[in-house]
Design a protein around this ligand. Sequence first.
Ligand code: SF4
Ligand code: FES
Length: 177
Amino acid sequence: MTPVPPLGDDLLRGKAYTGDGVTVYYDAPRCVHVANCVRGLPEVFRPRERPWIQLWNEADAGQVAQVVRTCPTGALHYALANGQAEAPEVPTTITPVPDGPLAMRGDLRIQTQGGEQREVRAALCRCGASGNKPFCDGTHAKISWKSGGATSPEVRGDDEHGEGQRADGAGQEGDRR
Ligand code: SF4
Ligand code: FES
């Protein structure tokens, strides 16, 4: 098998939140629902407080990294003080989320308006209405876009915090904490 090259700093975009042994990066426009991070470490990911990521609250760096890896959209990434980067999943998977985006995991090269981006997790728009193409920005939920098929909660952006609302509690426009 061909070795996967390390991703290094390629994944680290958005606002940085630094804690003991780990820095979490939050790329707000790519956060489309409130779920995995908040459920995984509610003492750290606190959408009703500011800052909404509180790394001083109990969790160790490994726990934080583990929960960040559950973020299906790639809105969250991390840098560990020991330098260990997130490895892409093998094989690459593409999962159509009912009434939502294509959820992808793997060693991804995504063509964006700003050039090619390397990624390990991403949610790509398939409703055609995202304002952050090729990424999903949660608009599918606001416009009640239907893909057909069975219902799945992953990356739908329609949980109890409101359709398409981000984990940090902000709307889809402005407010980049
Ligand atoms: S998309 Fe947003 S709410 Fe969902 S896990 Fe990632 S950061 Fe958390
Ligand atoms: S699929 Fe989410 S905005 Fe298009």
